[in-house]
Design a protein around this ligand. Sequence first.
Ligand SMILES: C[S@@+](CC[C@H](N)C(=O)[O-])C[C@H]1O[C@@H](n2cnc3c(N)ncnc32)[C@H](O)[C@@H]1O
Length: 203
Amino acid sequence: MRSVPPVSDELSLRLWPDNWLGPMQLDDEWEQSGPRAIDLGCGKGRFLLAHAAHNPDMRLLGIERKLRRVRKIDRKAVRAGLSNIRLLRLEATYVMRYLIPDAWIDICYVYFPDPWPKDKHVDNRILSPGFLDILERTLSPQGVVHFATDHEPYFEQVCEFLSADPRWVATEPYVLQEDEVSDFELIHRDHKPIHRLSFQRKS
Ligand SMILES: C[S@@+](CC[C@H](N)C(=O)[O-])C[C@H]1O[C@@H](n2cnc3c(N)ncnc32)[C@H](O)[C@@H]1O
C-alpha cells in the first residue's frame, strides 16, 4: 500500500491500496500502536482532525467519497503534523465490506450519515441490519460504534433494529470536546435536536 499519490511528490496521508479486492495491510501504515478508529463519511474533517490532535496514539482512518473534501483534510492534516491520520477516498460500505481486516476497528464513528429521507431511498442508509453483520466482522471484541444524527426517523430505525439484534449492547456516547464538534453538527445543533446512540459488541 502506498501513502502517497502516484503522480505527486507532495506529502499525503491518503492510502492507495495495491489490492482493491481484499483486506488491506492497514497496521503497516502507522507508527502508533494505540486504538484503531474509523470515521465513516468524515466530511470536511473537523471532528477527525481535532480528535486526532487530542489522541496522538490513536490510529484514525477517515473515509469519504468526495474528493475535494479528502484533499482538504489531507492538506490540513499534513500541515498540522497529524501523522496518526490516514484517508481513503472511497465508498464507505465497499471499504467496510471488502477492505477492512477482521476485528480491526476498536471505535467506529458514524456522525451525521446521509439520512436519505425519502421512503424509496431508505435502503441507501449506511446503517442497516445488513451493515451490523459487516460491523460484527470488522469490530474488535469490545469494539464500539458512536452514531449521531439530526434525522429522527433514521435514529428511530437504528434503535429499532439494534434492539432486535442480541449481538449488541448500548454503551455511553463519546462526549465531544468543543473543537471536535463536527462541521455538520456545528451548523445544525442550534436549531435541531441531535440524537446520539453508541453501541458495543456483547462480549
Ligand atoms: C452529512 S455529511 C456529515 C459529515 C461529517 N461526518 C460531519 O458530521 O460533519 C455526510 C458525509 O458523508 C459522505 N458520505 C455519504 N455517503 C458516503 C458513502 N457511502 N461513502 C463515503 N462517504 C459518504 C458525504 O460525502 C458527506 O461528506
